[in-house]
Design a binder for this molecule. Structure first.
Ligand SMILES: Nc1ncnc2c1ncn2[C@@H]1O[C@H](COP(=O)(O)OP(=O)(O)OP(=O)(O)O)[C@@H](O)[C@H]1O
Length: 243
């Protein structure tokens, strides 16, 4: 298997808080890898560092064979690394379709002209159909339900044909039907070759969807293994019970 993403000795402090301390792990191409850990263990901080939203105090990230000491979110996006956020980040005043077209990430649409715009629109409509949002294409994104916003953000990050998608708590606060929908879409895209790194607190979902599972505690990787291995790992049980 090929390693698509490697986090190397990440560290990050906020004042006196050591949020991430020498954290290292790898994500294999084609996997749905979980990043779990008790509240405050550093998962979102690690996501922010991988994608360049936060500068690391130390460490680097290697994606698709290139090492980045200061990752730039826009550059990584164009190179195939995209992410979603705990609170879906979409443009509320744009329509659902416009959100997807904007996420295509073309800096040169103006130069390519109407043909590129038409292609983006067609791809957006295809994704909206697939995500069951076709009827909402012209609705303002602000008018979507909470779960639909998360779906819209997920569909939008697929516009750039990513190789790796980082999902930050994709099912937090959504209803059970939406959890199943999210799971189905992750599985479908993964079957098409997209790799996922998922931060998620819904353990039954993690255990059926993800392999391997990486566990953080106090900013460090404390275990990596199959769901079955992780569930019986004494260090993991300690980390969660001590939470
Ligand atoms: N911008 C910030 N300023 C100060 N402290 C921060 C900041 N961001 C995160 N922290 C602290 O860093 C630590 C790790 O936080 P982080 O949000 O990465 O954890 P997490 O594992 O994602 O938590 P959760 O599961 O609750 O979302 C926590 O102690 C948190 O309070």
């Amino acid at each position: 298997m090929t390693v698509l993403l490697e986090v190397r000795s990440f560290s990050k402090g906020f004042g006196g808080v050591r949020a991430v301390q020498g954290c290292s792990f790898a994500v294999e191409e084609g996997s749905v890898t979980a990043l779990i850990g008790p509240n405050g263990s550093g998962k979102t901080t690690v996501f922010n560092m991988i994608t360049g939203y936060l500068g690391a105090d130390a460490g680097s990230v290697r994606f698709a064979g290139t090492e980045y000491r200061k990752p730039d979110p826009a550059l990584l996006y164009r190179r195939g690394l995209t992410r979603t956020f705990q609170q879906a980040r979409i443009f509320g005043s744009l329509s659902v379709r416009e959100n997807l077209v904007a996420a295509a990430g073309h800096r040169w649409t103006g130069l390519l002209g109407p043909r590129a715009a038409r292609a983006d629109r067609a791809r957006a409509d295809e994704l909206l159909e697939d995500f069951g949002l076709a009827a909402k294409a012209d609705v303002k994104a602000a008018d979507l339900s909470y779960g639909q916003r998360k779906l819209c953000e997920f569909a939008a990050v697929l516009m750039a044909n990513p190789r790796l998608v980082l999902l930050d708590e994709p099912t937090a606060g959504v209803n059970p039907v939406m959890i199943e929908t999210m799971e189905r879409h992750v599985r479908a895209r993964n079957a098409q070759g997209v790799t996922f790194l998922v931060v998620e607190h819904d353990m039954p979902l993690v255990m059926r969807l993800c392999d391997p599972v990486i566990v953080l505690d106090r900013g460090r990787t404390i275990a990596t293994g199959t769901p079955a291995e992780i569930q019986t790992d004494a260090r993991v049980l300690d980390a969660y019970l001590g939470d």
